[in-house]
Ligand binder design. Structure first.
Ligand SMILES: [Mn+2]
Length: 416
């Protein structure tokens, strides 16, 4: 069986910005590739927001309509599955991700697509498919708050189906692969169950097929769209993963994603115009210059007396690239005195960290600001979510869409 895995499409990402089209454009290319798949798996974060705009939903539906008229000889074995559904074309199985997660009394957008008949959404459920004498079992746990993930997975306790190719689909941070909160229990490679042929984890936006080993065969398909301007995302191609139950895994790169360029520039002894020239040269060399401006992230480092204006540089280069520049240069022969707090001598990073640490008793602030400064927005968001949940639990606050007090129960419950 040939199974297509397409993750983290993030429909609606940058909706009012320059990159609003990117998630749809990239997913269209992936869906086109997947049209002749026997089975399609979507490991979460199809949507960027839990309540997407109707325009975003509409465009997502347009994409799913590309499977109309396609057929698959794969059948759902309803006797051995937790759900009975019919499919229009090739079966599409999805879990919801962190961006779509709502409590169980609210409909999330992946569940909405299920109601429309485009896919089947699972959470702590297993579906068994067969084609001829071949059987494939898909076990899915949708995204839950990281701190509850080990417990929710333990309670789900997915049991590999005998004589089947077993795939476990998750959408969580996994310790060792990405930042996890050291103060809380989170999923780790050791905590993942054994007996699965492949464990697919959405959520982590850079692909990694190299992790696959016999005991914990974890595969990160990565996102189809660049949402974070960090080095690792810039360096790894976007695309989708094929699981061929006979021949194994392969990565299928998108051919037309927007260029992403990550530049680290030592600007010691360079003037402002020289810095601009250097960056322009790098962009020219490292992007293909199609009709879309490349996404460029620049980190300036080194020691310089030149007054580098990040804002002016960004403006000067904006016709060439969607650019964001961070200035991490230092002034030469600077006398630093830790006992005084003069932020004119500090970088934004140092100033921000000091202020936050002064006001908030949170040992993770330094990590948080580092991730923000590196453009790891997703990781920072997860960290903030953890901090806010803890804060709410301590103070008894809660909002109407996410109720921390009742979280574990509502994430363990299945939908039926
Ligand atoms: Mn994501």
């Amino acid at each position: 069986m040939r199974i297509a895995v397409i993750s983290d499409q993030h429909f609606g990402f940058d909706w009012n910005g320059d990159r609003a089209d990117d998630p749809f454009r990239n997913c269209r290319e992936a869906f086109e590739k997947a049209r002749d798949a026997d089975l399609i798996l979507l490991p979460g974060d199809l949507f960027d927001k839990k309540v997407p705009k109707q325009e975003v939903l509409g465009r997502a539906i347009d994409l799913f309509n590309c499977f109309d008229g396609e057929t698959s000889s794969v059948q759902l074995d309803s006797d051995r599955s937790d759900k009975t559904v019919s499919f229009r074309g090739p079966p599409i199985v999805a879990i919801h991700g962190t961006h779509e997660r709502r409590t169980s009394d609210h409909l999330n957008p992946v569940e909405l697509l299920e109601k429309m008949g485009y896919l089947v959404h699972i959470h702590n459920e297993t579906l068994v498919f067969s084609e001829g004498d071949e059987t494939v079992a898909i076990h899915g746990m949708s995204g839950v708050p990281e701190r509850y993930a080990p417990q929710v997975l333990d309670r789900f306790d997915p049991e590999p189906v005998a004589d089947a190719y077993n795939i476990l689909m998750l959408h969580q941070s996994i310790d060792q692969l990405v930042y996890t909160d050291p103060d809380h229990d989170t999923l780790s490679l050791e905590r993942l169950p054994e007996g699965f042929d492949t464990i697919i984890d959405g959520h982590i936006h850079w692909r990694n097929l190299e992790l696959k080993d016999d005991d914990k065969p974890v595969v990160l398909p990565g996102s189809t769209v660049t949402t974070q301007l960090n080095k690792i995302e810039a360096e790894r191609e976007k695309g989708m993963v094929w699981i061929d139950t006979e021949t194994g895994l392969s990565f299928d790169a998108l051919e037309e994603p927007r260029d992403v360029v990550y530049i680290e520039e030592d600007v010691s002894d360079l003037s402002s115009s020289e810095i601009q020239e250097q960056i322009e040269n790098e962009i020219d060399e490292r992007s293909t210059m199609d009709q879309r401006r490349p996404l460029v992230r620049v980190k300036l480092s080194g020691t310089t007396n030149a007054a580098v204006s990040v804002g002016e540089l960004e403006t000067a280069l904006e016709s060439k690239a969607l650019i964001s520049i961070s200035d991490e240069t230092t002034i030469p022969n600077e006398d630093t005195d830790d006992s005084t707090f003069d932020h004119s001598e500090q970088s934004v990073y140092e100033h921000g960290t000091a202020l936050l640490e002064e006001r908030i008793d949170q040992p993770a602030i330094d990590d948080l600001v580092t991730h923000l400064a590196d453009g790891n927005v997703e990781t920072a968001r997860s960290m903030l979510e953890t901090m806010v949940t803890e804060h709410d639990e301590e103070t008894g606050d809660s909002d109407t869409t996410e109720k921390p007090g009742s979280t574990l129960k509502s994430f363990v419950d299945t939908d039926d």
